[in-house]
Ligand binder design. Structure first.
Ligand code: UDP
Ligand code: MN
Length: 297
C-alpha cells in the first residue's frame, strides 16, 4: 500500500516523525485517512525524534494511578522498567497518583528524572477509580504537572516496558490502537452504543478503537481531552448510565470528534496473550495478565 501523500504532509508538520523506510512494512497502514502517521516499527526513524527532543530540551510527564491493590501488584515493575526504557536520555517527571503515598516503592532514578506522588481519594468501585482519573488528570495538568511538562503520557499501571519507548510517540495528541481490536471491522468495535450516554457512537461512526491504557499529547490538548471525558462521565452519572468501557468509551468518543495527530501501533501497548502476529515485530510495553479476582472487590 506504500505511503499515502497525506502522511508526507503530516511529516512536514511533525518533526518527531522521521520517515525511514515508508515501504518497509507493506502489510500495515502507515497513516490514517486524515493524514496522521501510524507509528509501526521500521517505518519511522526513532533517532530523528530523539534528536529533536534532545535539541528542544523539554520535560516529558508520565502519569500513572496505583490505587488499592494495584499499587503492590504493579507499580514497582512499571517504574523500574520505565527507568530502563521510557524516554532514555530525556528529562522525565513521573506523577504517581495513589491514596497511600507512603507505600510508593523507592526506585532509583537516572539523571534528569524525578518522581512526584500525589494523593487521591480512594473510590470504592474499581470502575470509579478508573473513571476518576480524567478529573484528577485535568486538575494536575492545570497545576504543577502542566507547568513542568511539555508533553505528557497517561498510562495504566498494569503493564511494564519491555523495550525502548522514546520520543517517536510524542505529538500534539496521540492515541493507541487497542491490541485486541486493531484488525476488527468497524461495526464490531466495542464503542458505546446507548444513545443516553455522552460516549454514544452510531454504527457508522468511529475510526479505530483506541486503548485508554495509553494516551498522550501536549498539556493544552490533554486539558481539552480530560475536560471532555470528565464532563461526559459526569453527565452519564447524572443520567444514571455508565458507558460499557467506562473512561475508555469517552476517550474513544473524544478521538472520534477530535482526531489524534499521531496513532501508535499495537506494538506500543501489546497484549502477549494475543499470541504471535507477523505485524507485531517490536513490542515496547506489555500488558500484565488480568488478575481481577485478586485486585477488584
Ligand atoms: N486502577 C487502580 N486501582 C483500581 C482500579 C484501577 O489503580 O482499583 C488504575 C490502574 O492504573 C489501572 C487503571 O486504573 O491500570 C485501569 O484499570 P484496569 O487496568 O483494571 O482496567 P483494564 O485495563 O482492565 O480495562
Ligand atoms: Mn489496565
Amino acid at each position: 500500500m506504500g505511503v499515502c501523500p497525506l502522511s508526507r504532509m503530516a511529516l512536514l508538520r511533525d518533526n518527531f516523525t522521521g520517515f525511514l523506510h515508508p515501504w518497509a512494512r507493506p502489510n500495515v497502514l502507515p497513516c490514517t485517512p486524515w493524514g496522521a502517521p501510524i507509528i509501526w516499527d521500521g517505518i519511522f526513524d526513532p533517532d530523528v525524534a530523539q534528536k529533536t527532543a534532545t535539541q528542544q530540551n523539554f520535560t516529558i510527564g508520565l502519569t500513572v494511578f496505583a490505587v488499592g491493590r494495584y499499587l503492590e501488584k504493579y507499580l514497582a515493575r512499571f517504574l523500574e522498567t520505565a527507568e530502563r526504557h521510557f524516554m532514555p536520555g530525556q528529562h522525565v517527571v513521573y506523577y504517581v497518583f495513589t491514596e497511600r503515598p507512603a507505600a510508593v516503592p523507592h526506585v532509583t532514578l537516572g539523571p534528569g528524572r524525578r518522581l512526584r506522588v500525589q494523593r487521591v481519594a480512594r473510590e470504592r468501585r474499581w470502575q470509579d477509580v478508573s473513571m476518576g482519573r480524567m478529573r484528577t488528570l485535568h486538575g494536575a495538568l492545570g497545576g504543577r504537572l502542566g507547568r513542568e511538562a511539555r508533553f505528557v503520557l497517561c498510562m495504566d499501571v498494569d503493564q511494564h516496558f519491555s523495550d525502548a519507548f522514546g520520543p517517536e510517540v510524542l505529538a500534539e495528541s496521540g492515541a493507541q490502537l487497542h491490541a485486541c481490536h486493531y484488525h476488527w471491522p468497524r461495526w464490531l468495535l466495542p464503542f458505546e452504543r446507548d444513545p443516553r450516554s455522552a460516549a454514544a457512537m452510531a454504527s457508522d461512526e468511529g475510526d479505530f478503537y483506541y486503548h485508554a491504557a495509553l494516551f498522550g499529547g501536549s498539556v493544552a490538548a490533554l486539558r481539552r481531552l480530560t475536560a471532555h471525558c470528565a464532563w461526559g462521565l459526569r453527565r452519564d452519572r447524572a443520567r444514571g448510565v455508565e458507558a460499557r468501557w467506562h473512561d475508555e468509551s469517552h476517550l474513544n468518543k473524544f478521538f472520534w470528534l477530535h482526531k489524534p495527530a499521531k496513532v501508535l501501533s499495537p506494538e506500543f501497548c501489546w497484549n502477549p496473550r494475543v499470541g504471535r502476529r507477523a505485524e507485531i515485530r517490536h513490542p515496547r510495553l506489555l500488558w500484565a495478565p488480568k488478575e481481577y479476582s485478586l485486585l477488584r472487590d
